[in-house]
Write a protein that binds this ligand. Structure first.
Ligand code: SF4
Ligand code: SF4
Length: 176
């Protein structure tokens, strides 16, 4: 009967409302109240330094190769002591999907995620971060790892002069 059906359909929504009136609210009054984020929340990326305060990034391009949306670009350069670095490094956060694949690919732990999610802007061009915006003054998640202490290439001494190290190969010698 339509009347019985209407009466049956009338009360359940009120019951749902009544039940939720006594529940603890889950709404967070952001920005006055900051949400509690999971420990491994992925938001803004940064470039960290090694324990000696040097830039960790060696401009190997692995992060940009791993990035599914192609939003990382850089230019590699080499210091006099053989240490590689990025002369410029750029991330377009307007394209970034915060997947964290770049951090997985990075062999030096240079690029790391932070939980800083408050980077939205109306102008997408302001979401293009340069190296100065990305480089931080700390080691991030790991304050012991130094890639060059592991690799030992051309930093403690010029290339080919470290103990037990062969002289570098002149690749042009291999040409016919
Ligand atoms: S988090 Fe993902 S999308 Fe963002 S820069 Fe890294 S690899 Fe690219
Ligand atoms: S951030 Fe890491 S993966 Fe990307 S270029 Fe620098 S060292 Fe390589």
């Amino acid at each position: 009967m339509p009347l019985l059906r209407d009466i049956k359909g009338f009360f359940p929504p009120f019951w749902v409302t009544f039940r939720n009136m006594f529940r603890k609210p889950v709404t967070v009054q952001y920005p006055e109240q900051m949400p509690e984020l999971p420990e491994r929340y992925r938001a803004r990326l940064v470039l960290t330094r090694d324990p000696d305060g040097e830039e960790r990034c060696v401009a190997c391009h692995l992060c940009s190769g791993a990035c599914p949306v192609d939003c990382i670009s850089m230019q590699a350069a080499e210091a006099e002591d053989g240490r590689r670095y990025a002369s410029w490094f750029r991330i377009n956060f307007a394209r970034c999907i915060f997947c964290g694949l770049c951090t997985e690919a990075c062999p030096t732990l240079a690029i790391q995620v932070t939980s800083d999610f408050e980077i939205s802007k109306r102008d997408p061009l302001k979401l293009v971060y340069e190296k100065d915006d990305l480089l931080v003054d700390h080691c991030g998640h790991n304050d012991e790892y130094s890639f060059y202490r592991q690799a030992g290439i051309g930093v403690a001494a010029p290339r080919g002069t470290n103990p037990s190290e062969s002289a570098p190969v002149d690749v042009k010698d291999l040409l016919p």
